[in-house]
Unconditional design. Structure first.
Length: 474
């Protein structure tokens, strides 16, 4: 920070215009800094252009298809035009129209972010950047113009890109990364998804709802390793019930093109044939060629930048945020890391990032939302923690909506009743987790949550009911 006798504003240089970068830029500008943001593509970065915004827009369409499919149980019938007979009609997805809408939304969001940055006084530079040392960044604009910027604070928010296997290189036609799906004009006849983590599960769920035959290849015992086990069990049951072919404990060795499709060869010699293959086998941080060694910034063996709770790297004055840090691959976490970095660098009040307070969501059907303590934490501390799980099929509002799969789960400290975490599985779980997140953040007890009035009937009523069941008579 400048002293009170120095009126020159801090020069903040941000490399990367994704959530971590543009949110940091807005905070830095608000705090009076001279801000330069370098982005090689467009504002919003991969999160807006190829990852979060496009994928969740596709999933929104899939959710609508899922609701239409569920509407039959509510007594709704979809029929053809009377002139064409009385046979039941079929609801289909026009993938070309869907993808056109998705790309238009991403474009609009990128424009909105640029305008917000511009209004705040941030100078956005389209090009690439590399650290020269602690105080200097080398910039090459897309026009070819090259120069060096001096900075008092540097933030690295360069994101990540899809991991590729040498034996399964995406070609953009039949073998695809998740950034290439939006170039498809028609639904794949049979999509093989390799990888059952969050990305693989979300796209498998979405394309199955859109009408595609889907095979999900999982190297683990169940889908979504690392997520709540009860939630993963529900999701896998739903996947199989909807006709998805889930191959557990099956590792893909290679993917090759055929005349009209693909063949995925598994490590045990089995071959799975399909029309298209989506590779969802993780991400790699975009830290190569960034000049980290020259600037004295430490990285992990994986290439991720090492940061602390306030986003500082090993080199004073250089911060990092987002997927390039490997903290949590969430846009919300990247944005918070970026904001915290600027608060700290520019001398404002700041609290370190607390991962225990981070709510996350898997946008499958049903959705899986979590915050705070996990089932693994419970197993390790079962004498100190109480938990209860209520299935949604007992909730009156869920019954009215035809919701059969899902549950709410709450973890609380035994004795004090402090809420430590929770899981919600069901439609719009991403919205329902908020009361639990607020409870964890503010250390509310189960009695305080259960004493809150909820609308009857409502799905959120299951949260207060679960809290009531955790009450202990004193």
């Amino acid at each position: 920070m400048n002293t009170e006798f120095d009126s020159t504003p801090d020069r903040v240089v941000i490399i990367g215009g994704g959530p971590g970068g543009y949110e940091a830029a807005l905070v830095a500008a608000q705090l009076g800094a001279d801000v330069m943001l370098i982005e090689r593509n467009r504002c919003g970065g991969a999160a807006v252009l190829t990852d979060v915004v496009p994928s969740k827009s596709l999933i929104a369409t899939a959710e609508m298809m899922d609701e239409i499919a569920r509407s039959n149980s509510l007594g709704i019938r979809i029929s053809k035009n009377a002139d064409e007979g009385d046979d039941d009609g079929e609801v289909t997805a026009d993938l070309k129209a869907v993808n056109k809408r998705i790309l238009a939304l991403a474009d609009a969001q990128a424009n909105d972010i640029y305008e917000a940055l511009n209004r705040s006084g941030v100078k956005v530079i389209q090009g690439t950047a590399e650290l020269v040392d602690r105080d200097h960044v080398s910039v090459v604009e897309t026009s070819g113009t090259a120069y060096t910027l001096e900075a008092s604070t540097i933030l690295l928010a360069v994101g990540s890109h899809p991991r590729e296997l040498d034996s399964a290189k995406p070609d953009g036609e039949r073998i695809l990364s998740w950034t290439q799906l939006y170039d498809l004009d028609s639904l794949p006849e049979h999509l093989i998804v390799v990888g059952s983590g969050v990305t693989g599960a979300e796209f498998a769920s979405a394309y199955r709802a859109l009408g595609t035959n889907v095979t999900l290849v999982s190297s683990r015992e169940k889908v979504l390793p690392g997520q709540d086990e009860d939630a993963a069990d529900v999701l896998e049951f739903v996947f199989r019930n909807k006709g998805m072919n889930v191959l557990s404990r099956s590792r893909a060795e290679s993917v090759t093109r055929t005349e009209d499709g693909v063949v995925v060869t598994l490590s045990d010699g089995r071959r799975v044939e399909g029309s298209h293959c989506l590779m969802a086998v993780g991400s790699i941080p975009n830290t190569e060629g960034l000049g980290l060694k020259a600037a004295g910034v430490k990285v992990k063996e994986s290439g991720h930048i090492v940061v602390d709770g306030v986003s500082r790297t090993s080199r004073s004055g250089i911060y990092a945020a987002g997927d390039c840090t490997g903290v949590l691959p969430l846009a919300s976490v990247a944005a918070m890391q970026g904001r915290i970095a600027m608060f700290h660098a520019l001398g404002d009040a700041v609290q370190p990032l607390k991962l225990r307070h981070v709510a996350s969501n898997v946008f499958t059907a049903p959705e899986i939302a979590t915050v705070g303590f996990t089932q693994q934490n419970y197993r390790e501390n079962s004498t100190d923690i109480d938990t209860v799980m209520l299935p949604l099929d007992t909730n009156p509002r869920a019954k009215m909506l035809g919701i059969k799969d899902g549950f709410v789960k709450i973890f609380a400290r035994r004795g004090s009743g402090s809420i430590l975490g929770g899981v919600v599985v069901g439609p719009r779980a991403s919205e329902l987790i908020l009361p639990v997140t607020i409870a964890v953040e503010n250390r509310l007890t189960v009695d305080q949550l259960s004493a809150s009035f909820v609308v009857y009937p409502s799905v959120s009523g299951s949260l207060t009911e679960a809290s009531r069941q955790l009450h202990r008579h004193l």
